[in-house]
Write a protein that binds this ligand. Sequence first.
Ligand code: SLL
Length: 154
Amino acid sequence: TKRVRGVQAYRPFIYGTEAIPFDPENRPKDAPPDHTHKWKVFVRGVNNEDISYWLRKVQFKLHDTYANSVRMIESPPFEVEETGWGEFEIAIKFYFVPESNEKPQQIWHGLKLHPYSGDIEQQKRDRAMISSLCYEEVLFNEPVEAFYKILTGG
Ligand code: SLL
């Protein structure tokens, strides 16, 4: 658990949500009657780069209205697909590979179901996909040697 002094390692990732309104003619059979959208929340590499060498697993904490609102995703793709009717904040907790000796880190992301800009009525008519994506970097400050080797491909 010796740390590499003076070193900061960054790893980029993309996180966000994508949502699409149900086709009224073809609703998912298993969706409760008050649900209106199909959506997905995810964490992935930039250009879909594999990030599992540093990211071990991801926990998504959904709104309490969901059964089993805490979803632990143990392997890529780190994503949860659901249906629903409302927007809410999702807590996304990153667990790093055990060699890293790093504590989990949590971020928040708002699930977006509705268009807020552009031609809103047209987007509704088209049942356009609504995506809300962010770029972020996780910073490992003075990583332990074993993890630094993994990060630098050594
Ligand atoms: C709102 N504050 O009132 C928000 C809460 C909750 C969304 C949104 C479905 C849950 C289920 C669902 O969409 N919950 O029936 O499984 O807008």
